[in-house]
Design a protein around this ligand. Sequence first.
Ligand code: HEC
Length: 495
Amino acid sequence: MKLNKFFLLFLIIACFGCGREVEFTHDIDVNIQLDKTPLGVSVIADSLDIPWEIAWGPDDQIWVSEQPGIISKIDPVTGKKTVLLNVDSVWMKRTSGLLGMAVHANQQKYPYVFINYTLERDGGYFSRLERYTVEGDTLVSPLTLLEIPAGTGHNGSRITIGGKGDRLFWATGDIAKDGNAQDIHNLNGKILCMDFDGNIPADNPDPDSYVWAFGFRNIQGLVYTPNGNLYASEHGDAIEDEINLIRPKRNYGWHVIEGFHDQYYEKEYAQEHNAIEPMKSWTPTIAPAGLDYYTSEAIPEWTNSLVLVTLKGQGFRVLKLNTKGEKIVDEKIFLEKEYGRIRDLCISPSGELYISTSNRDWNPMTEPDAKDDRILRIAKVDSVGENVLYAKTEVENSNIEMTGEVLYQKYCLACHKLNGKGVPEVFPPLAGSSVITKHEELIPLVLNGYKGADVEMPSFKFLSNSDLSKVLTYINSQWGNKGAEITEKEIEVYR
Ligand code: HEC
């Protein structure tokens, strides 16, 4: 990461609602030059512990949920953090913990904050959707709206407010159990809709069910736009991360269908089960997380776009929509690998973008540094300094030659890591692994994947024999491993 400081920017911000003028004095870390608009990126808060949700509050503060259980407000101008609540019943292991949060924009009418967290109770794990009432700088009167089963993987979850400001949408994960998402009587792997007391609204697709839409694996981004469109970002398995435009009652296909309906069995299933295709899908995966809608004119290049942050992709993407919001017509990639994993974002009414890192979570791409995790502000500046970055596109990224090393980075690194050491007790090290020289174990494992009670490795059957030969030969020659070449012919034998 670059922390060069080129110039100091003083931006006068009118502090709405309090009538005072304050100076925004954070250093510009790096600049981004769009077609026309120059942007500055600055760190406004650091030393956070896995901020899972950041939300712009009606009080012009950034509301933050940190995965271990802390809810706080951060002043975007001074960076001052005020803790509102420590949710002490949080059970956190890997992807579980304090996750989604939504702050109602109309606090006069609905003085509520909604949160989702996992907890251990009666020997089981549950994902709880809870409503709190805001009272000054504290949150009081917790009310459980709904509880569903939780797991250590695929817990979702995002919460967003929609309808006429009177509906709560909750995107739940399938907790890594195939079948949950396609079962409409099971609340995992769904988008649920309810009122603020946890009742099923009479105008839900089925007035007896919370289910608004189904067939989801693990949604980590959900946004309801001013014109009434609901979009979700979703983690695929080894392939096909998705963005979906959510229509009531529709089936989004998981776990039978991945991404576009391009396989004969997917087409067949889609027809039989009225399944719908994503707006966009990514292979190799990018691990899409927080999703928001850019409506402001402040950065005109971004008006009417979805903004998506990525964990594995380590940056953010601006996905330009057509007028109706039914198609993604352009994609630009920003800040790739500059600050590590990015989990969430929020956009202020004046069009500044805030993003938060997730380098202290269970699956870090690199060693977190002492100041992780951070919240960064991305806003218009007068001109750029010397340290300027530009947008990238998928086409530029896909022009890279597919060597064993590149294939490893695209498909294996997210779990087995750059140094081949994996993650203790979750993903085994490939450095010094005894399996990698046993071709009769290695090749079937990589072709078929592995599904344990608690961990999984996806199947890589979709890679060609040539790509598999390159990546398997690569892992046999790295980190002190001295295995033999694995040929295409040998791989064909096990297919
Ligand atoms: C989503 C995480 C994930 C990804 C991505 C992934 N793996 Fe794995 N890998 C695992 C898990 C979990 C295991 C343990 C499986 C078991 O217990 O049998 C594993 C085991 C292995 C092993 C056996 C190691 C040992 O000593 O037991 C090898 C070799 C391996 N993976 C290679 C790869 C290669 C090559 C890729 C990329 C093409 C890859 N993996 C991508 C999760 C992953």
